[in-house]
Design a protein around this ligand. Structure first.
Ligand SMILES: [Zn+2]
Length: 117
């Protein structure tokens, strides 16, 4: 997270950007361990989920003005995608604590949970 900020000296990293990184991280973690994907390659199912999640984020109507993330009323995932991302989050969520400091993802975590409700 810190590296990213350093990397983009002028622009503050956006909420969407952080969320994308987190989603990608979780899906890679899940797929790598569950589907035995190697070298950062995702299986077709998880790759498509990731692309789907990115598209949803790009279209998020709250965009960069996410002050009310935790109460996001939009459950914008299609049912079967939601089921998949839930499995990912259930699996990767607790494990992320080992990789990311909780304060870095706490806010985001609330948001993701609210979204897939
Ligand atoms: Zn997979």
């Amino acid at each position: 997270m810190y590296e990213m900020v350093m990397h983009r000296k002028t622009t503050k990293i956006s909420g969407i950007e952080v969320e994308k990184r987190t989603v990608e991280f979780m899906i890679r973690l899940y797929c790598g361990n569950k589907h035995h994907a190697t070298d950062g390659c995702l299986c077709p199912e998880c790759r498509s989920l990731l692309e789907y999640a990115f598209r949803r984020l790009d279209k998020c109507r709250y965009g960069e003005t996410k002050s009310s993330c935790t109460r996001c009323p939009v459950h914008c995932y299609a049912p079967y995608r939601r089921e998949h991302i839930r499995r990912v989050m259930r699996y990767a969520g607790p494990r992320m604590i080992w990789y990311h400091p909780m304060q870095a993802i706490g806010h985001l975590w609330d948001f993701l949970l609210a979204r897939i409700g």
